[in-house]
Design a protein around this ligand. Structure first.
Ligand code: ATP
Ligand code: MG
Ligand code: MG
Ligand code: MG
Length: 471
């Protein structure tokens, strides 16, 4: 079964059960400044769930473009290292706005997985929220799942909330046992473990309470359903391959990377990780640019820039020293543009943006990497393990290195970054630019802003702050 077929089976199944097929929304959330990117299928229905908006349907099915890089859900660092995480992925979901609730949602999910997709029922395990006896009973009595295959987990895994206040509720997740060889060394490794053995396929959220400011939970008059399942993950099971990157949604991109670099899959861990990172980031770049995000030094654009520069840095680590990302992005089109025709319309534009960014960054990447490598060599000689803040700042400021690129590079060397020193160097630069501003007239002070551009302060992965660069 191909990726396109697996997506279609999901949509058709719920259409057959009277769900309205709604198109994926853009990756850029509409009227939602609290969210960097759409990271789940429910985002486009937020106001429907809260009752602030009415639609002419009360059940829906989607295949939603999602990005989890930055913000509350950030999987950027996982990419390349786990079998199952991407920055960009497709979330398949069915939704009920007060129409059906737990029983039917669980029934649909079980029927589709075991009959529709033909998964081996004996390998499926579920988790429910520890106090959700109702969900436990449905799985046990209605579906007939043995007690030993139902885990009760806590808030962190099995309770979902839209925010600190508002709609929330328990959830139930369906996992598949991929076998011991995917497990970890933890003697307690079981459903809910962070390794790849108990692969989480599908999250069924039962929105049934409204949480108020003082924490009281009032039952919602119309309990609703929000579900999400990663297409790439079910595909890895359907195609019986070890990771999402071995499915037909990725193999042509992986092959293209290998061809360009003259490397083979699995040749070394380093090559394997780099190929996965590049394949993943090619997809994210294609889809983000298609939805109007452009590489820049702030907000969403900066996350895109970090993604692209990360791919380029990994490319260099396997010998790709000339622009290559636009070529791997092109392969993304051939796989995805039937399902997402918007890619076709913007193909030339996307390739241009990618190539521009590559050329710009490659100008400084080589010199920056030499500085970084020389610093590491120097540290080794001195038997030290911390990259000084001024070096990080110089790489960031002069060579355009997002901090996570440096982090990635030293990840396996046991070397840390002096982020306090980095912050201090940044603050110093800010102070310098402020004092310069004082001497200039008001009008003058703004001129350099436009000519020098705007810089971003890296403050951990969740926060991006703008700063004027007047140096
Ligand atoms: P995990 O525990 O594996 O990180 P999650 O609990 O963060 O997953 P949910 O927020 O419950 O994931 O999202 C619903 C579904 O979307 C997951 O069950 C999974 O199939 C899929 N999914 C989530 N994050 C990713 C990702 N980074 N890449 C690919 N698929 C994902
Ligand atoms: Mg996660
Ligand atoms: Mg999880
Ligand atoms: Mg989950």
């Amino acid at each position: 079964m191909t990726g396109n077929e697996a997506r279609k089976i999901f949509l058709e199944y719920f259409k057959k059960h009277n769900h309205r097929h709604v198109r994926s929304s853009s990756l850029v959330p509409q009227d939602d400044p609290t969210l960097l990117f759409v990271n789940a299928g429910m985002v486009q229905f937020k106001r429907v769930f809260t009752g602030d908006e009415k639609r002419d349907y009360d059940t829906a099915v989607t295949s939603q473009k999602c990005v989890r890089a930055g913000g509350k859900h950030n999987d950027l660092e996982n990419v390349g290292y786990t079998a199952r995480h991407h920055t960009f992925f497709e979330m398949l979901g069915n939704f009920s706005f007060g129409e059906y609730f737990k029983e039917k949602a669980i029934d649909f999910a079980w029927d589709l997985l075991t009959n529709g997709y033909g998964f081996d029922a004996d390998k499926l395990y579920v988790s429910v929220y520890k106090d959700d006896d109702q969900a436990f009973e449905i799985w046990n009595k209605q579906v007939g799942l043995p007690v030993g295959r139902i885990s009760r987990l806590g808030e962190e895994d099995n309770f979902w909330a839209m925010g600190d206040t508002g709609p929330c509720g328990p959830c139930s997740e369906i996992h598949i046992d991929r076998g011991k060889e995917f497990g970890c060394d933890d003697p307690n490794c079981a459903v809910g473990c962070d390794c790849d053995r108990w692969l989480e396929l599908w999250n069924l959220v039962f929105m049934q309470f409204e949480r108020s400011e003082d924490g009281t939970m009032t039952p919602l008059p119309q309990p609703s359903i929000d579900t999400g399942m990663g297409l790439e993950r079910i595909l890895s099971v359907l195609q019986n391959v070890p990771t999402n990157f071995d499915t037909d949604l990725f193999v042509p991109i992986m092959d293209r990377v290998g061809e360009l670099a003259g490397k083979k899959r699995g040749e070394s861990k380093q090559v394997e990780v780099a190929m996965k990172v590049i394949a993943d980031h090619s997809r994210a770049s294609a889809f983000l640019i298609c939805d109007g995000v452009l590489p820049s030094n702030e907000g969403r654009g900066y996350v895109l820039r970090r993604i692209m520069r990360r791919a380029i840095r990994y490319g260099r680590s396997i010998g790709l020293t000339k622009p290559f990302l636009h070529k791997t992005v092109q392969t993304v089109f051939t796989i995805m543009d039937d399902a997402y025709p918007e890619l076709k319309e913007s193909a030339a534009f996307i390739l241009n943006v990618v190539k521009n960014e590559e050329e710009k960054f490659l100008e400084t990447l080589e010199t920056g990497m030499k500085l970084l490598e020389a610093t590491i060599e120097d540290l080794e000689k001195k038997k030290e393990k911390i990259i000084p803040g001024e070096v990080i700042f110089k790489l960031y400021d002069t060579f355009g290195f997002p901090v996570d690129i440096i982090q990635d590079h030293v990840k396996e060397m046991g070397i840390a970054l002096d982020m306090e020193g980095f912050d201090a160097a940044m603050a110093e630069q800010k102070a310098r630019s402020k004092s310069k501003k004082k001497f200039a007239g008001v009008g003058e002070a703004y001129k350099p802003l436009t000519s020098a551009g705007v810089k971003t302060v890296f403050k951990g992965y969740d926060t991006i702050e703008m700063q004027s660069d007047l140096l």
